[in-house]
Design a binder for this molecule. Structure first.
Ligand code: HEC
Length: 179
């Protein structure tokens, strides 16, 4: 039994050594053009936000068409997460965690929607539609006015209600968010 296990371990070790040697013998470095569709991360301070813009008004249409089926009309929640409301409840006995009550950075909303929503077709929204639906969700949460328009300059300036509700890890303390 013990003997068999040792043989199995040796086989696994041999396999991993040979495959790491082989790893250098095929493939090539991806070109910047090939990496572009994957290089979509947006940082808390807005670094990485693409060119483009979107209004609350247009975001309402984008939401109705692409999001309301799961998140409910006006983001009040449906078969999936509620996205609106809950501000001021986090320290209560019945905390309601939403984008508006919990998330510290508005830029993360853009990043998340752009990479992950709509759930069944991630990456399908255009940059402009993503700015628009981000603006609409922030408007529903009372964070942006009805006539707001977001782009790579204005989005990082949005101050989220729970911005200071987190204790950052020391390595992230240097990140500042324009107010
Ligand atoms: C088919 C159903 C579906 C559709 C359509 C959909 N979502 Fe979602 N959404 C989900 C699910 C499921 C989650 C939770 C995913 C998880 O936790 O991994 C989620 C999570 C989210 C969250 C994070 C909520 C939180 O507090 O963590 C946001 C923001 C969001 N969706 C926005 C959108 C937007 C904007 C659209 C339209 C462009 C959209 N979703 C369309 C199913 C959907």
């Amino acid at each position: 039994m013990f003997w068999h296990r040792n043989i199995a371990l040796a086989a696994v070790a041999a396999l991993s050594i040979s495959s790491s040697a082989l790893a250098y013998e095929f493939g090539r470095t991806a070109t910047p053009e090939e990496m572009k569709p994957w290089d979509i991360d947006v940082r808390p301070d807005g670094k990485g936000l693409p060119d483009g813009s979107g209004t609350v008004g247009h975001g309402k249409e984008v939401f109705a068409e692409n999001c309301a089926a799961c998140h409910g009309d006006n983001g009040q929640g449906g078969i999936k997460d509620r996205l609106v409301g809950g501000q001021g409840t986090l320290a209560s006995d019945n905390p309601i965690k939403t984008v508006g009550s919990f998330w510290p950075y508005a830029t993360t909303l853009f990043d998340y929607i752009h990479r992950a929503m709509p759930y069944q077709a991630p990456g399908s929204l255009s940059v402009d539609d993503t700015y628009a639906v981000t603006a609409y969700l922030l408007n529903l949460n009372g964070i942006l006015p009805d006539d707001a328009k977001l782009d790579q300059v204005s989005l990082p300036k949005v101050q989220m209600p729970n911005r200071d509700g987190f204790i950052p890890e020391p390595e992230f303390r240097k990140i500042t968010n324009s107010r």
